[in-house]
Design a protein around this ligand. Structure first.
Ligand code: FAD
Ligand code: MLT
Ligand code: ZN
Length: 483
């Protein structure tokens, strides 16, 4: 956009004066020849689907530095792209053109933890897994967990309002986050790092940054309430004959496991075969099934929980709801069962590319979309049988069934417009007709920019635009993305 300034030497000098001379603070492809390789990890997204052309990456280490950078950018009409661990799945985390990347990796301090209230305060650049390990040592758990935990940052989790594997138990970040510190484009520091569980004093403005996808400001710190870590954790993995059986199993799990149920995930047979092929791992059950579910329980009493789980298992197997199942006997098995679920993301893009859809759909219809998508591809002539080399390898469905959140993935050998045409806008129309959401947890970013209207009314989009204009009147924050 020609409204934005092209970077020159004086801009880089100014940023150096803010950040100091440390080599890790700036990757400079403007005045110094940082190679494309140096910049690649900041320009290319996790799926290798979106690629920007940033020539400058800034890595501030304090809120004050973020504030000075943004103020300068705002005064000089320099477009910016906030970035955390760059694990986002909608193209929001990388620039479109040459926006300056502001990466929060160096803001990685844990600020405080209260082991009575469970309130944890940390910089936005703390890696999710590091936060959880810190809490584990103190008997607590971070109330969010997801497959990208080893690289994603808390600020990125906040900005995407990530849902993940245990939302069923601990609820969404909108409820758990007690306070935020954020910097607005003009450099104003929004100091709302409250540690209060209850605070009904006017509009709850922090909620706008949760799921804001870096379009109105940069989150620099958060305060979050963390639950006690459960000493007794059990994981079970089942094979089932149909999606109807998976729904019955979910109903029974809620009824019989109630307060100890901490995850209910569904994977179809195709997703598990893809995982096994890509990872070389052996699937846990001897026979193959059209559907699988993973259940986790977390409670405080091993005997009590095991008894409940065993009674549940006896019931669902006796009633032939579940055909076969295995319960993890130790931590290694817990990890390998979870890997069958968490490993599907990586497996889906193992052969070159993946078209990803992250949808909220009423539970009874949730899997119909996958079956219909598969039929569309079989009829399209784009689907490979054996190793024919055609673009589409498989259509898989999996996700957070406990939250009515389906992930439809089309695993491909390459990104191909013909494949996209089979899926879009058909998927979005399908979801809108059933009053679902075109983004349950990944956000809109660039990928779904054109499609917001399928889930939000004109009035809602207009209000969002007004908020964007109010917070970011010059439009420098993550431009070209959804709003
Ligand atoms: P990035 O990818 O760097 O950024 C994501 C967005 O947030 C961008 O728009 C960026 O501009 C903005 N942003 C980043 N940091 C800040 C900040 N400090 N202030 C303002 N804006 C910022 N998501 C789920 O919801 N549930 C899952 O189960 C899940 N599993 C995943 C599994 C894998 C293997 C992968 C690769 C991704 C998964 N995701 C999942 C996607 C999810 O959005 C991210 O993993 C994570 O929340 C993004 O964090 P990040 O630090 O990588 O952010
Ligand atoms: C998941 O649940 O595995 C994630 O949201 C990532 C994905 O959709 O691949
Ligand atoms: Zn997910």
């Amino acid at each position: 956009d020609s409204r934005f300034k092209e970077l020159d030497k004086s801009d880089v000098e100014h940023f150096r004066s803010i950040l100091g001379s440390s080599a890790s603070a700036i990757i400079d492809g403007v005045t110094q020849e940082a190679s494309n390789e140096d910049l690649e990890g900041y320009n290319a997204d996790w799926m290798r689907k979106y690629r920007g052309h940033a020539r400058l990456v800034l890595k501030p280490e304090s809120t004050e530095q973020v504030s000075k950078i943004l103020k300068y950018c705002n005064d000089n009409m320099i477009a910016v792209n906030p970035q955390g661990g760059n694990t986002g799945l909608v193209g929001g985390s990388v620039p479109v053109f040459d926006e300056v990347v502001i990466n929060l990796a160096r803001m990685s301090k844990i600020r405080s933890f209260d082991d009575v209230s469970g309130i944890f305060v940390a910089d936005a650049g703390v890696i999710l897994e590091s936060a959880d390990s810190y809490l584990a040592e103190r008997g607590y758990i971070f109330p969010l967990d997801l497959g990208a935990k080893g690289s994603c940052q808390l600020g990125g989790n906040v900005a995407t309002n990530a849902g993940g594997l245990r939302l069923l138990r601990y609820g969404s970040l909108h409820g758990n986050i007690l306070g935020l510190e954020a910097v607005l484009p003009d450099g104003t520091v929004v100091d709302d790092l409250s540690k209060l569980r209850k605070n009904n004093t006017g509009y709850d403005l922090k909620q706008l940054f949760i799921g804001g996808e870096g379009t109105i400001g940069i989150v620099t710190a958060l305060s979050i309430i963390c639950p006690q870590r459960s000493p007794a954790v059990n994981v079970a993995y089942f094979g089932l004959q149909s999606y109807e059986k998976a729904q019955e199993a979910f109903r029974e799990a809620k009824k019989q496991l109630s307060e100890i149920l901490s995850a209910f995930e569904m994977m179809d047979g195709q997703s598990q075969n893809l995982y096994a092929r890509a990872s070389g791992a052996k699937l846990p059950l001897e026979e193959e099934y059209p559907f699988y579910c993973l259940i986790e329980t977390s409670g405080s009493n091993t005997d009590h929980d095991s008894e409940k789980l065993n009674t549940f298992l006896e019931h669902v197997m006796g009633e032939e709801i579940v055909s076969d199942g295995v319960v993890a006997q130790d931590e290694t098995q817990v990890q390998s069962l979870w890997a069958c679920r968490e490993g599907v993301s990586e497996a889906s893009q193992h052969w070159g590319g993946v078209y990803k859809y992250d949808l909220s759909i009423p539970l009874p219809q949730l899997y119909d979309l996958v079956a219909e998508a598969r039929t569309r591809f079989e009829e399209s002539g784009l689907m490979s049988k054996e190793d024919e080399g055609k673009a589409v390898l498989d259509v898989v469905g999996y996700g957070h069934m406990g939250d009515s959140n389906l992930h439809l993935n089309v695993a491909c050998r390459r990104y191909d417009k013909e494949v996209e045409k089979v899926l879009e806008p058909w998927v979005y129309e399908w979801v809108a007709e059933r009053h679902g959401s075109i983004s349950a947890e990944h956000g809109l970013g660039l990928a779904k920019k054109e499609f917001i209207g399928y889930s939000r009314s004109e009035t809602m989009v207009k209000l969002m635009k007004q908020i964007k204009d109010f917070y970011d009147p010059k439009g420098i924050m993550n431009p070209y993305k959804y709003i």
